[in-house]
Design a protein around this ligand. Structure first.
Ligand code: SF4
Length: 435
């Protein structure tokens, strides 16, 4: 089986990793990647449906790509979360689409050969496979998904319908793959999962993230490890050991702990299994044990049950804990979730609250970053940034934008400017403009 494939990928790093796995399988079978769907025999789209606007975008793309498939005779494979969480929506748009769930990207060839959708749990999980580094790496950055799915059951989350079970990648598979990535030139290994703190529970019966981080940090080479998102309730039991493992100079001092809101009653309605005090404890401990640590969090604005008082509690928490980075999302109802059936917060209220949260987030981000201006630091240059310049990271994962032309690797810099989101810097060995 061989031919040409075209691939489009949306959503989070897990979806990108699944797409890399499928692309690796196709290329191993002789398929060649092409740049437009018009040239392809197989068109793959890895969908994301985390929010209503993502779903609408996917719907538009599936319509366009199915139009191409109809004209050229190509096979359209709709993979990713929408395939599993909303298969009927996809089939309504294009009944001939083959569906490939997030549990099955490694079976893409079987899907094509048998011309059958694969939506059920596979006998051999995808976590036993890894894509070739040349497909998985973005420049010098490599994502290593260590665990798929989560142990939670949040009222708002559609991902639970798409990635139903916890699947950890065995420790030796992760380590061997990390070694391969480092040999291929990776400077940053991003250890990711929907909930990295739950790593290991399904296959080892215990949370093994601290041990995994230690193992990865023991790999020889000049690279950094970034630990991905961790739910507070899963992080708490391993907090002590994880902070210890993160003291290694090869691990960014960075934690991503999504609090979602600052109100205990609203956390209960959301189905989150921790309290605001649990998060306060995590933040306090992390800052005490890892000086300079960056703590990122996520906030959902306008979830059902969020009254003005609950919302104010969220604002107060942001002021109190001063997270260095906050991802803010306006709640949108997702099909077949509990929160979708609850009384909704009106859209104008959500909008206005998002604005109020963003004002605080931007002010605190700017204040924190401004403190760095004038400092000299070492940062790891990774490659071209999305909005120009060269992207780099400080030891605590603060994003640094360097001038064009800086080569990947460690570089001494002086921080010259701050925004709420990142800092700008120039290498100390680079002459000032005009001098
Ligand atoms: S896991 Fe969530 S964010 Fe990632 S692709 Fe699926 S729906 Fe999108």
């Amino acid at each position: 089986m061989s031919g040409r494939y075209y691939i489009e990928v949306y959503g989070c790093s897990l979806n990108h990793a699944d797409a890399a796995l499928a692309a690796g399988m196709l290329e191993a079978a002789g398929y060649r990647r092409v740049e437009t769907p018009w040239e392809a025999d197989v068109i793959l789209v890895f969908t994301c449906t985390v929010r209503l606007d993502s779903e609408e975008r996917m719907t538009r793309r599936i319509r366009v790509l199915s139009g191409v498939a109809e004209k050229t005779g190509a096979t359209l494979v709709v993979a990713g979360c929408m395939a599993a969480a909303q298969p009927y929506t996809v089939k309504r748009i294009y009944p001939k689409a083959l569906l490939l769930s997030p549990a099955n990207p490694h079976r893409v060839l079987e899907c094509l050969r048998r011309r059958r959708s694969l939506l059920h749990e596979p006998a051999r999980p995808k976590t036993l496979y890894t894509p070739p580094p040349r497909i998985a790496m973005h420049g010098r950055v490599a994502e290593i998904p260590i665990v798929d799915g989560c142990l939670g059951d949040c009222a708002f989350c559609i991902t639970k319908l798409a990635r139903r079970r916890l699947y950890s990648r065995p420790l030796e598979v992760v380590k061997r793959y990390a070694e391969e990535l480092v040999r291929s030139g990776a400077l940053e290994l991003r250890v990711t999962g929907q909930d990295a703190a739950a790593y290991g529970v399904d296959i080892y019966g215990e949370r093994l993230l601290p041990r995994l981080v230690e193992e990865l940090a023991s790999i020889p080479g000049d690279f950094m490890i970034r630990v991905g998102m961790m739910s507070p309730d899963q992080l708490l039991p391993i907090l002590d050991e994880l902070l210890e493992a993160m003291r290694s100079p090869k691990v960014y001092k960075f934690l991503h702990v999504p609090v979602q809101c600052g109100d205990d009653e609203l956390l209960r309605i959301m189905g989150r299994k921790y309290t605001v005090d649990d998060v306060r404890y995590i933040v306090r401990e992390a800052r005490r044990r890892l000086p300079g640590v960056t703590i990122a969090t996520d906030i959902i604005v306008g979830h059902p049950g969020e009254d003005e008082e609950a919302f104010r509690n969220t604002l107060r928490l942001l002021e109190e804990l001063r997270f260095e980075r906050v991802h803010v999302a306006q709640y949108t109802p997702r099909p077949r979730t509990r929160a979708a059936a609850m009384k909704q917060v009106p859209d104008p209220v959500k909008k206005e609250r998002s604005k109020r949260v963003m004002e605080i987030v931007q002010r605190i981000g700017f204040e924190e970053h401004s403190r760095l201006v004038g400092a000299r630091a070492r940062c790891l240059a990774l490659g071209p940034g999305e909005r120009g310049g060269v992207e780099a990271r400080l030891y605590n994962y603060v994003q640094v934008i360097l001038p064009e032309g800086v080569e990947p690797g460690w570089v001494e810099v002086e921080i010259t400017e701050a925004t709420w989101y990142d800092v700008r810097a120039r290498p100390t060995l680079m002459p000032l403009e005009g001098s």
